[in-house]
Design a binder for this molecule. Structure first.
Ligand code: GUN
Ligand code: FE
Length: 470
């Protein structure tokens, strides 16, 4: 398999080689209240701790204080929290223009009435450029540095999306969508077109460093058996990962039964095509029963739980506690634009709320998610998917945010670091006003403020120097 996002790239090695030649060191130390979730329900806190960074943007060590004789610039964020960034494991880039709109219909009607029409607009590359530039910028200012994302079926727009993400510093996987049946007149490919365009897209992806392709059959009703099997073979031949949708809505599940009479359950329509495997991401899994959940566990299939979307289009509330209890891999997705919240801190709090609904429905049997658990799922679990770790771990590229709480309402009593995370930093203040991005892989992450040309706070000025010094 080629280099995955999150792995060290040849670029990093080259840079070190250059450093060895010139003898110039450019290490940095970030100081602040370090908070991370190394495992589900666990929080690791180092008050006024230090992240010592290599000049390629990876973590050299985590320290309790500035190491003596450190030959590095120290950037001190005072009492601000420094925490791993967010990971959005399921969203549809071409649905960004319909954010918060058209949520009066269930899944299949919602797709046919609103969604396909919106996605069809991405045949226009100029339009795609405008929307994707904005989306990439909004992601980074919300503190999301890694994504697993659907594009539309359009190859050119998908390449534009990958370009804009990479420029903005958003890393991860993007998929050109495959759909050769049950689309609309303006949004559907023939089987041959779908194959040909997938190969053209993959050929053009070589130029990207931190955004990589992932195979993306939209869902079983959108793809013929022939296309599904072809994609399964391609995934095996080229070592590509796969993303799709599973058991989101009862009408959808009944439809898959009709379309695939030889499959006992929905997941088998992916399995028989060779698409059900390690690192396959399946969005939703709202109605996955014990057997389907077991099949996910056995094959290393990852759930992307999208609580907001599931409520907006009345799909249901996924059994997150059950999935976790049984040992399934669970991550979170905004599912823009079934979901209407791009900022992952809000997606996390929405997931906690949805779990409270199941808690009430089960008379307390299903415990609701704690803030620590929600933060793990919306950050660490995603970083782990990309080969990183849950906490700040030497060797990983830094994916982190600094929370600038200067415009928060003053707390009634001093807050502990844990209290700050629980009470404020993951809750409902607008994310763009609170989250400041400080890191990312391969020195590429750009620092963003509230918009081009907006005045920078002293912290941001510091960071500007930091990142532009690379
Ligand atoms: N299933 C197939 N396509 C979609 C989509 O665009 N959004 C959601 N939520 N489910 C889907
Ligand atoms: Fe989706």
């Amino acid at each position: 398999m080629g280099a995955q996002p999150g792995e060290k790239s040849p670029g990093g090695a080259l840079f070190l080689l250059h450093k060895a030649k010139t003898g110039v060191t450019d290490m940095k130390i970030l100081k602040g209240n370090l908070v991370s979730a190394p495992a589900l329900g666990k929080l690791e806190i180092v008050e006024h701790g230090c992240l010592v960074l290599h000049d390629d943007g990876s973590i050299q060590s985590v320290e309790k204080a500035v190491p003596q004789n450190a030959d590095a610039e120290v950037i001190d964020y005072g009492d601000s929290l420094i925490m791993p960034s967010f990971v959005d494991m399921h969203l549809h880039a071409p649905q960004y223009p319909m954010l918060g709109m058209g949520m009066d219909l269930p899944l299949i009607d919602w797709l046919n009435t609103y969604t396909f029409k919106t996605e069809a607009r991405f045949e226009d590359s100029d339009y795609a450029r405008r929307i994707y530039k904005k989306l990439a910028s909004d992601l980074i200012t919300s503190g999301t540095t890694r994504v697993c994302m659907f594009s539309s079926l359009h190859t050119d727009a998908t390449l534009i999306l990958m370009e804009e993400l990479e420029k903005a510093g958003v890393t991860g996987y993007v998929g050109k969508v495959n759909m050769d049946r049950n689309g609309s007149p303006e949004l559907q490919e023939t089987t041959e077109q779908s194959k040909r365009e997938t190969l053209r897209w993959l050929d053009a992806c070589g130029r990207f460093q931190t955004v990589k392709p992932i195979l993306t059959p939209r869902f079983t009703p959108s793809c013929t058996d022939e296309l599904m099997s072809w994609l399964g073979k391609l995934a095996a031949e080229r070592g590509l990962y796969v993303q799709s949708h599973l058991s989101e809505n009862k009408g959808e599940i009944a439809w898959v039964k009709e379309l695939c009479p030889d499959c006992v359950q929905y997941w088998e329509s992916y399995d028989r095509a060779g698409l059900w495997k390690d690192h396959t991401v399946m969005a939703h899994c709202v109605h996955s029963d014990e057997r389907e959940r077991e099949a996910m566990r056995e094959h290393g299939v990852v759930t992307a739980h999208c609580a907001g979307s599931n409520i907006n289009i009345c799909s249901g509330v996924a059994p997150v506690r059950t999935l976790l209890r049984e040992g399934n891999l669970v991550t979170l997705g905004s599912d823009i634009a079934g979901g209407a919240l791009l900022a992952m801190n809000k997606v996390i709090t929405m997931s906690i709320r949805a779990s409270k609904f199941r808690h009430m429905q089960s008379d307390g049997k299903d415990e609701f998610l704690t803030v620590e658990e929600g933060y793990y799922l919306g950050s660490s679990a995603g970083h782990e998917y990309f080969g990183g770790h849950g906490g700040f771990v030497p060797g990983d590229y830094l994916h982190a945010i600094v929370v600038d709480d200067s415009d928060f309402t003053e707390a009634a009593h001093p807050l502990s670091v844990r209290g700050a995370l629980r009470a404020r930093d993951l809750h409902d203040a607008p994310a763009q006003h609170r989250l400041r991005l400080v890191g990312g892989e391969k020195r590429r992450l750009l620092m963003k403020s509230r918009g081009e040309g907006a005045p920078l706070s002293p912290i941001l000025e510091n960071r500007k120097n930091f990142w532009t010094s690379y």
